[in-house]
Design a protein. Structure first.
Length: 259
């Protein structure tokens, strides 16, 4: 992996982790076309850690209030922890199955089509006026199930969780905040488990320069992506990303077919 590839993959990870077009799907496609084989897991861990930083910057007040267990945030904190249960169960039970999918560019393209459909349908609903605290205890579990399904490359985590939240009656701002905050333990936990796998295998072949370039690219692009998504969501233009997902899927299928 060279410096350009590291920066490019960092930008892809940061932008697509939060813009609803599937970060894992884009990394699979990019690594497939770059023909990068070495240290994919370790580098992906580094990029995922980088995308956590913007969430802490933008939502620090919410995170701080949750950590301090402030009364007005206790129920939302509980619901976030509740939502990650089905995600964790799905990840643990089907880990080997999902890992095999990460080498299949055609499947990723098909899942991008599904993501596009989810976003298109979601934009046709108004959602509701609820805040997270007004949900019933079982509703965050449904959002967590949606997040678990997003482990499949090509399915957008942010897109599916925001869509599931809107279908539960949350307003758009609350749906976005819930999606971003519940991603912290999921991204962090998945990254930690992948890191343990890297330590166990003893694979540490990446140069420090490559690591830093990818990391900071992911941080900067992730921050911009969150700001963009919040604006697009407020302006009810999620369907724009549907068209992108469909075009990206078509491009992958065509390029693979003729190459």
């Amino acid at each position: 992996m060279n410096s350009f590839q590291a920066v490019f993959l960092g930008l892809i990870q940061g932008l697509t982790e939060f813009i609803p077009v599937s970060s894992s799907g884009h990394l699979v496609i990019a690594q497939h076309f770059f023909k990068i084989q070495e240290d994919q897991i370790l580098f992906n861990v580094i990029l995922h850690i980088g995308t956590l930083i913007p969430i802490f910057i933008i939502f620090w007040q919410d995170i701080k209030d949750m950590l301090l267990l402030k009364k007005e945030k206790r129920k939302e904190t509980f619901y976030i922890l509740l939502a990650i249960i089905p995600t964790g169960i799905i990840g643990v039970l089907f880990e080997d199955f999902f890992e095999r999918l990460f080498s299949n560019a055609y499947l990723t393209a098909l899942m991008l089509i599904v993501t596009g459909l989810i976003l298109y349908v979601t934009e046709k609903i108004d959602g509701g006026e609820k805040e997270v605290e007004e949900l019933k205890f079982w509703q965050p579990l449904l959002v967590g199930l949606a997040q678990g399904g997003a482990i499949i490359p090509g399915i957008s985590r942010s897109g599916t969780t925001i869509a599931a939240s809107l279908f539960q009656g949350l307003n758009r701002e609350a749906a976005a905040r819930f999606s971003f905050l519940m991603s912290i333990p999921v991204i962090g936990g998945a990254g930690f488990l992948q890191f343990l796998n890297v330590v166990e295998s003893g694979s540490f072949k990446l140069e420090l320069k490559i690591v830093l370039l990818g990391f900071f690219s992911a941080v900067i692009s992730g921050y911009l992506a969150i700001k963009i998504l919040l604006k697009v969501l407020a302006e009810k233009k999620l369907d724009y990303f549907s068209y992108y997902c469909w075009l990206a899927a078509a491009a992958v299928i065509i390029i693979n077919f003729i190459s």
